[in-house]
Design a protein around this ligand. Structure first.
Ligand code: PLP
Length: 378
């Protein structure tokens, strides 16, 4: 059997990873400024994370949600404390798309409505309603097409005000748009969305799948704007590579048996991984590190010739170039052995583990400046 060929692959085969570093099968060492797409939060192969998963594996790895799993309660408790959402409830699942799918479904159950507002360049996942709320026609299959989702221009308060009414079920916004090129919602936009959702009894969903879990320098990126969403979706950094997602649910939503559900979500091993991640984020002050290193990187990147704009917060950074990123990204990976992400045609996306040190940041900044000097002639 062959693999279904849906991924454009880099010609690198990682076999080992520690902290912010990856080794390929030929022994070459790479600096990881991509984190497997913002997934590696506490660093590769963190010893505490390995220990927690290993210990759990020797006890019980999996049982379904038909029995009590106290690890779920420990995870919820620690997540509440670290995020500040102590009064919210947690639904556990396995991925970002599934988190958004459940959030949208919950919003619809709660309001009895169907219409969802999403925004230009949004990415919420590849399944049913999550992909319908994603602004990319090429990944929406005919069966996913629906008139229930309306797209509005991002950061446009007036457009949102005009579109809102009492038929709107939910407004879904990324804490920072990731796939869309690291675009940060303005405080005024998020505050207006919150106000309008309150006015029309609609549900405000913040998709923090990529921007959450300390990446922005706060636990959630929307916490910079002083808004409290009704639902918050999480995944990526939550399990540091172990498939794990969730929805934080405001107390105003009433739970009912069988309203939501999943076979794998919240299993013992996933919870052990999730608890280890939260312990390390807290104990190693990774949010503070993300802010300090991120601020330093953003201010340094802004000074480099050929950089049009630098966007983002903490260790979620979009570097928009004045030209397509291809040569720069290839030089970074194949000459300097540094992994980076991309977005659109011109944006290099930086999503390293949150433990990135100043020295590691410097290695990237020097390499990036050298590549830009080499390829950008003006
Ligand atoms: N939401 C956002 C903001 C994302 O960036 C992604 C993935 O890139 C998703 C949802 C989907 O997550 P997953 O790939 O885990 O389904």
């Amino acid at each position: 059997m062959n693999l279904f060929d849906v991924y454009p692959l880099l010609d690198v085969e990682p076999v080992k990873a520690i902290g912010c570093w990856i080794w390929d099968k030929d022994g070459n060492k790479y600096l990881d400024l991509y984190g497997g797409h913002a997934v590696i939060s506490i660093g590769h192969s963190h010893p505490y994370y390995i220990k927690k998963i290993e210990e759990q594996m020797h006890k019980i790895g999996f049982y379904s949600n038909s029995v009590r799993i106290p690890l779920q309660e420990e995870l919820a408790q620690k997540l509440g404390e670290l995020s500040g959402y102590t009064d919210y409830n947690l639904f556990l699942c396995n991925s970002g798309a599934e988190a958004n799918e459940n959030a949208l479904k919950l919003a619809s159950f709660h309001t009895g409505r169907k219409k969802v507002i999403a925004f230009s360049k949004a990415f919420h996942g590849r399944t049913s309603l999550a992909v319908a709320a994603t602004d990319n026609k090429s990944i929406i299959a005919p069966v996913n097409e629906t008139e229930n989702v309306v797209f509005l221009p991002f950061n446009d308060e007036a457009a949102l005000e005009n579109a809102m009414n009492d038929t709107i079920c939910a407004v879904i916004i990324e804490g920072m748009q990731g796939v869309g090129g690291v675009k940060v919602p303005t405080d005024a936009f998020l505050q207006k969305a919150k106000l309008l959702c309150e006015k029309y009894n609609s549900v405000l969903i913040l998709d923090e799948v990529q921007s959450g879990y300390g990446r922005s320098g706060k636990f959630f990126s929307h916490q910079f704007s002083n808004v409290k969403p009704d639902l918050i979706t999480i995944a990526k950094g939550m399990g540091n590579g172990f498939p794990l997602g969730g929805v934080l649910i405001s107390p105003k939503f009433k739970a009912k048996h069988h309203l939501l559900g999943t076979t794998f979500g919240g299993n013992h091993l996933a919870c052990a991984a999730g608890i280890a991640v939260l312990d390390v984020i807290r104990n190693e002050k990774l949010m503070m590190n993300a802010k300090a290193i991120g601020d330093y990187m953003i201010s340094t990147l802004k000074k480099i010739n050929g950089v049009k704009e630098v966007r983002g917060r903490g260790l979620m950074i979009g570097v928009e170039l004045e030209f397509p990123y291809d040569t720069v990204r290839n030089e970074l990976i194949f000459t300097h052995r540094i992994f980076t992400g991309t977005s659109g045609k011109n944006v290099i996306r930086i999503l390293p583990p949150l433990c990135l040190s100043k020295e590691e940041a410097e290695i990237f900044l020097h390499a990036f400046a050298a590549v830009m000097k080499k390829v950008f002639v003006k």
